[in-house]
Design a protein around this ligand. Structure first.
Ligand code: F6P
Length: 319
């Protein structure tokens, strides 16, 4: 019988609970013992661990956040910190670990596997910034949250005939901004992968103004720069009445969408099955609608391709 540890790490994402549930339930189904590690790698180093059973994950599939809590841990980045972590894992007889998180969390899992400790990563982040998988858990729920906000901002933008900048999370990745901008019908989308000059943005605003558009929504990915600074420059150049809304952590919360619950359930079960097959240092994901797994180092080395065609499409649609 294997003993599996599970933790969530880095920025939380809707659907992490559904993934925890899938890992715990499938592990117990296959006859394993499961330990939940609280507060990510930090909790691991601090020995914040408890055994989980079927009812520990009851009533959580629909809940945002993570019942295991999350953190970003500097100590785990040191060899010393990782050695303490392995000692704690051994103390509980844990043979392998499931890590739910983004690239930072996967780096931690890859370091553990280099120490000979089997680990599997499940992608959980609203950023959708992992190149090896088409989608990460939480991303589609975050898109829903952003388009809901854009819709509301559009109402007031139209009433006041303003330019409204909506700053969207995503770190250095523009996916959340691009796809929520597309779904929200933004007039302009500014992404780190496709920087635009202030002049270019202002020219577009002037063109749409001339054809009678009295208000405009600009979706700005946080990776581009300071939204207030960019807004000030646009307002000065165009004389527009402009407001900035930074959506912030509202994007990380909320009940996961059906898509994220399904994805989390599939990836959670696959992660456990890989561990039972004796696999280590792998990540699970989805490619062309199929659940896949891949070497963790290979996955982390992949560069995400910018979706130029979708970006062009947003330009076509906001002409
Ligand atoms: O990685 C998820 C994310 O929400 C990013 O989009 C954002 O830049 C960052 O985390 C914010 O981190 P924190 O919650 O630590 O402020």
């Amino acid at each position: 019988m294997k003993t599996i540890g599970i933790l969530t790490s880095g920025g939380d994402a809707p659907g992490m609970n559904a993934a925890i549930r899938a890992v715990v339930r499938s592990a117990i189904y296959y006859g394993c013992k499961v330990y939940g590690i609280n507060r990510g790698y930090k909790g691991l180093i601090e020995d914040d661990v408890q055994e989980m059973n079927l009812s520990s994950v009851g009533d959580i599939i629909h809940r945002g956040g993570t019942i295991l809590k999350s953190s970003r841990c500097e100590e785990f980045k040191t060899e010393e910190g990782r050695k303490i972590a392995v000692k704690v894992l051994k103390k509980y007889g844990i043979d392998c670990l499931v890590v739910i998180g983004g690239d930072g969390s996967f780096n931690g899992a890859s370091k553990l596997s280099e120490l000979g400790f089997p680990a599997i990563g499940i992608p959980g982040t609203i950023d959708n910034d992992l190149a090896y998988t088409d989608y990460t858990i939480g991303y589609f729920t975050a898109i829903e949250t952003v388009i809901d906000a854009i819709g509301k901002i559009r109402d007031t933008s139209s009433s006041h005939e303003r330019v409204n900048i909506v700053e969207v999370m995503g770190r250095h990745c523009g996916d959340l901004a691009l796809y929520s901008g597309l779904a929200g019908g933004a007039e302009t989308i500014i992404l780190p992968e496709h920087p635009e000059s202030i002049e270019g943005i202002c020219d577009r605003l002037e063109t749409t103004k001339k054809r009678g558009k009295k208000h405009s929504i600009i979706v700005l990915a946080e990776g581009v720069g300071n939204a207030h600074e960019i807004g000030k420059q646009i307002a000065e150049k165009t004389g527009s009445d402009l407001r900035v809304t930074i959506l912030g952590h509202v994007q990380r919360g909320g009940s996961p969408s059906a898509f994220d619950r399904i994805l989390a359930s599939k990836l959670g079960v696959r992660a456990v099955e890989l561990l039972l097959d004796g696999k280590s240092a792998r990540v699970v994901g989805v490619k062309d609608d199929k659940v896949i797994d891949m070497d963790i180092h290979e996955a982390l080395a992949m560069k995400k391709e910018f979706d130029k065609y979708t970006y062009k499409m947003t330009k076509i649609l906001s002409i």
